[in-house]
Design a protein around this ligand. Structure first.
Ligand code: GLN
Length: 509
């Protein structure tokens, strides 16, 4: 075991803090030092709150010194995706239009992190308004994949995935509207869960597509992910779609790692053509390991999944075009004045602000969504997509009659090169082919590392899906698989990452 605190699991950090072997300030400072050493190369953070995070850590240490009752996670630091409102800290959503906006309130999940005593290191980079699969659409420049700095760390939550893979935080918050927690986890060798829709409050998230958006936990191990899930989950009267039920028993499930007698459904439509050979190979091996651990395997047929991407790229832009209407130069962030106009109208200021404030992908989706919702085309596009959404949910219902969980590769390929897909929106959208169905149906999903693709040596992801509100099943299966894989690898997959050790050296040079 290493003495470098940043390499520890969050569970071990929590344990050592509780035993008073380390202090929260010491642990936080270790992460700030790591950030100073490597974030110049990785660019995971948009904002680091050095003073605030140390003050929060000190408060935990003081409370512990007074023998106050503390949450198990008290003192474990965390990074938060910049789509989440944080009182007094910049929240840009990766967009120029929100530059300079400092929220006057905390999102509910941030309130929960603070109540648990988890110091917030800073805000992580993302594709603008969470639109993308690479963070290249961030107005502030891309984040980089710690496995290979020339490659993408996934998106939209590539800041939160790369922060974990480069040991700049042990835990991170992500949001997943079509895969933005799971696909970044997949390509960086980390873990991420999209909880059941309504399982974590959306209050204080900058809305992308409200019927799909879901915040969730990101970490390096399945247990760490569960520990964070338990902190942020639960009913919130401020979110009208919040589930009125206790948080699923995710920590206990992760600790049990029990898959005996579990029926694992392999989704026929989420494999084969379009899936990289190495991704598919690691997936097949992982399924075999689950069988060794006591599960049974069935193949399930979800014929309507072939329409998932098309339906998603009508529903998401439609909702986004409505949600983003609030960025009108009057209420938040940027205000640009039209050139050469003496006494501009509100409309002219709005147009000028949106012209410079929104990037190309955001404009593309607003135009698409406005078109799909227009009266002449509503039935043909948006209405039709909603019907497909229902069919996909029915495919899931049928599949879950014969399987307790469903599995697939998380993303069809390993991390691609920065720039490779930037000018080809359709190629970018295809990264989400396996993650989108879960968002359309509102069910929970997890991605965890399944190994390295032989052809490029990059991480591959394994996706687990469960019926709505049965999030604990993800953790039981994920933990069982992780145990088998880690014992095969002789350690965490991240220990095999080639550039991690040298990221710091590159900055120093
Ligand atoms: N890559 C998907 C998109 O661009 C997912 C976005 C998300 O989950 N926030 O829409």
């Amino acid at each position: 075991m290493t003495n470098d605190l940043t390499r520890w699991s969050a569970a071990r950090m929590a344990d050592s803090l509780a035993r008073r072997e380390i202090s929260a300030v010491e642990l936080t400072q270790a992460h700030l030092d790591r950030i100073a050493a490597v974030d110049g190369s990785v660019h995971s953070y948009l904002h680091v709150d050095e003073t605030g995070v140390l003050a929060q850590a000190r408060a935990v240490d003081d409370a512990r010194a007074r023998n106050e009752d503390l949450h198990v996670m008290a003192g474990v630091p965390i990074a938060v995706k910049d789509v989440v409102a944080t009182e007094g800290l910049p929240t840009t959503c990766g967009s120029r239009i929100l530059s300079g906006w400092i929220p006057p309130y905390d999102a509910t999940l941030v309130t929960k992190l603070k109540a648990a005593g988890m110091p917030i290191l800073g805000k992580t980079n993302m594709d603008e308004f969470a639109m993308g699969s690479s963070t290249e659409h961030s107005a502030y420049g891309p984040s980089r994949n710690p496995w290979d700095l020339e490659r993408i760390p996934g998106g939209s939550g590539g800041g939160s995935s790369s922060v974990l893979a480069s040991f700049q935080a042990p835990l991170a918050i992500g949001t997943d509207t079509g895969g933005s927690i799971r696909q970044p986890a997949s390509v960086t060798g980390t873990v991420g869960t999209k909880p059941t829709y309504g399982g974590v409050s959306r209050y204080g998230l900058v809305a992308l597509a409200s019927s799909l958006d879901q915040a969730g936990p990101c970490a390096r191990t399945v247990l760490d992910t569960a520990l964070l899930h338990a902190v942020i989950g639960g009913y919130d009267p401020r979110d009208s779609t919040s589930i009125h039920a206790p948080v699923p028993e995710v920590v206990r499930a992760a600790q049990s790692a029990d898959v005996s007698g579990m029926r694992i459904g392999v989704v026929k439509q989420l494999s084969g053509e379009g899936y990289q050979a190495g991704v598919q190979a690691r997936f097949n091996e992982a399924v075999a390991l689950l069988v060794d651990a006591g599960a049974t395997v069935v193949e399930v047929d979800c014929p309507n999944f072939q329409y998932a991407l098309a339906a998603y790229y009508l529903i998401l832009p439609s909702e986004a075009s409505s949600n983003l209407a609030r960025f009108d130069a009057m209420r938040y962030g940027l205000r640009a004045l039209p050139e050469g106009v003496d006494d501009p109208s509100a409309e002219q200021v709005m147009a000028a602000t949106r012209e410079v404030g929104f990037g190309a992908e955001v404009k593309r989706r607003i135009i698409l969504g406005t078109y799909a919702l227009s009266s002449g085309y509503y039935d043909a596009y948006y209405g039709q997509a909603q019907k497909v959404r229902r069919l996909i949910a029915q495919d899931f219902d049928r599949a879950f009659e014969v399987a307790d969980v469903l599995v697939s590769p998380t993303a069809p390929t390993t991390a691609f090169k920065i720039g490779e897909k930037l000018d080809d929106p359709l190629a970018m959208y295809l990264n989400d082919v396996a993650t989108i169905p879960a968002n359309l149906a509102g069910i929970p999903g997890m991605s965890l590392p399944s190994g390295l693709a032989t052809e490029d040596g990059l991480p591959t992801g394994f996706q687990i899906l469960a019926p709505a509100t049965k999030d604990e099943r993800l953790y039981a299966v994920g933990s069982a698989l992780e145990r088998e894989l880690v014992s095969r690898w002789g350690g965490h997959l991240l220990e095999k990452a080639p550039t991690l050790a040298t990221v710091g050296a590159e900055v120093a040079r």
